[in-house]
Design a binder for this molecule. Structure first.
Ligand code: NDP
Length: 272
């Protein structure tokens, strides 16, 4: 069964933003589609959230630190005449995720699409990495995916359908020198995606991952001009990807039917 990408016109705009928590109920019989995007205060997560909002989805958006930026994204989303709930919390912590999913249940009672996007990078030699930094990278990039999937699955099973899309990295496929913890975490995300897809296919829940190449976001701003142009030289398409390109792809992936599941799809301009 395919989830239609576009809710019909009369399903849109019947929830309105009334307060910081995002909305005020105006019609309890509204049939709505809901997407949750973690790490949506900027970059790829922000672009994905806006893309789903443009298509009429109600949104739950999250980040851990930059509340002001998250609230700006909320304002952009509600201009699309959909509602948006913001939740500040660390997705690497189960307690924070339980609070976030508590709000999903309370405000919407359902979840159609979960995008596990929140992530952090860490550059340096493994031999210099502290145990606490290792733990932070694994928790933020991998444990977060377990936490959110664990809490989304009962809602999706109850609804009889769902889409889980994990934002991964080409380094999870091939590994990167000086990004060992990040590569290990994203490799874990890829394996989780393939295994969970098998577990959830009978429940009509599709699980896929997008393994991004170099995307032009704050995560890559540490590079100087020379490093950036060396990187661009390695990418056949001749440039970094944009957050909007990832968002478009993620949205269309979320529209695919049941047979597309368990895939880790590279989006890297032909780089790796
Ligand atoms: P950004 O650094 O621009 O954004 C990261 C987002 O994640 C922010 O919203 C940040 O918000 C949030 N975040 C970080 N830690 C947590 C946490 N513990 N809990 C909740 N939210 C958190 O990165 P990108 O947009 O570039 O990256 C998005 C995803 O794409 C990541 O998973 C990344 O690994 C992946 N990716 C990116 C690539 C790139 O080249 N940019 C390449 C391959 C994959 P805040 O700081 O306020 O908490």
């Amino acid at each position: 069964m395919e989830i239609p990408c576009l809710p019909s016109g009369n399903e849109r705009g019947r929830w309105k933003v009334g307060n910081d928590s995002g909305m005020e109920r105006t019609d309890t019989k509204v049939k709505k589609k809901v997407a949750l995007v973690t790490g949506a205060s900027r970059g790829i997560g922000r672009a994905i959230a806006l893309r789903f909002a443009k298509e009429g989805y109600h949104l739950v958006i999250n980040c851990a630190h930059r509340e002001e930026e998250l609230l700006k994204v909320q304002q952009e989303i509600v201009r699309e005449r959909v509602s948006c709930v913001t939740v500040l919390g660390d997705v690497g912590k189960m307690a924070d995720c339980e609070r976030m999913f508590g709000m999903v249940k309370e405000q919407y009672g359902t979840l159609d699409v979960l995008v596990n996007n929140a992530g952090i990078d860490s550059i340096g030699l493994l031999q210099d990495m502290s145990a606490s930094d290792w733990d932070r990278v694994i928790r933020t990039n991998l444990t977060s995916v377990f936490n959110c999937c664990r809490l989304a699955i009962p809602l999706m099973l109850a609804a009889g359908s769902g889409r889980i899309i994990n934002i991964s990295s080409v380094w999870g496929n091939v590994g990167a020198s000086c990004e060992v913890a990040y590569s290990a975490a994203k490799g874990g995300v890829n394996a989780l995606t393939r295994a969970l897809a098998k577990e959830l296919a009978p429940g009509n829940i599709q699980v896929n991952a997008v393994a991004c190449g170099a995307i032009d976001t704050e995560m890559n701003r540490w590079m100087n001009e020379e490093e950036r142009s060396q990187l661009v030289d390695e990418i056949p398409v001749g440039r970094l990807g944009t957050a909007g390109e990832v968002a478009d792809f993620v949205y269309h992936l979320g529209c695919q039917g049941a047979y597309l599941t368990g895939q880790v799809i590279r989006l890297d301009g032909g780089w790796i």
